[in-house]
Design a protein around this ligand. Structure first.
Ligand SMILES: [Zn+2]
Length: 155
């Protein structure tokens, strides 16, 4: 089972990113040139001539995006090869990494998905979260808890 993203896939990821960057530059540059060419009447022709660079930029963007995706998720993971079992294995290290990033962001923002503050807002789950109020100290506790988290009294 592939636990690490291989060097080849990392290379593909960076190669794809680079292609997307160059494609974006080419695309934007062409558009700036295209609209500036409208300023003078002779330039319109040249503006349309430059349009093929915009197409080139777009192709580079799309290709770069695909290569980047293959690098990140693997051939099966990005849907190039239809193989669900392999896809799961190939996506695993990436989704673990992405999950780690999301968790870091949530930690940063002080959002706790499993904690009580999240549970009280029902955390976006389908099931409403039921809390039980302690009779002694009025503290809200999880529905299935037997003893109060605050004072330890039986609920
Ligand atoms: Zn209590």
């Amino acid at each position: 089972m592939a636990r690490q993203i291989s060097g080849g896939r990392k290379f593909l990821y960076y190669l794809g990113s680079l292609m997307m960057f160059i494609g974006l530059l080419s695309f934007l540059y062409t558009f700036v040139g295209f609209f500036m060419a409208f300023g003078d009447s002779n330039g319109v022709e040249a503006g349309f001539g430059a349009f093929k660079y915009a197409v080139f930029g777009m192709v580079l963007l799309v290709l770069g995006g695909i290569i980047r995706g293959v690098g990140a998720m693997g051939l099966a993971g990005s849907g190039v090869v239809l193989d669900p079992e392999r896809a799961r294995e190939e996506i695993e290290p990436f989704s673990r990494m992405a999950g780690g990033v999301v968790k870091d962001v949530l930690d940063e923002a002080d959002i706790n998905l499993s904690g009580r503050s999240g549970a009280e807002r029902s955390g976006g789950s389908d099931e409403p979260v039921v809390m039980v109020r302690c009779q002694s100290c009025r503290k809200l506790n999880e529905e299935d808890s037997k003893f109060c988290q605050e004072c330890g009294d039986q609920i």
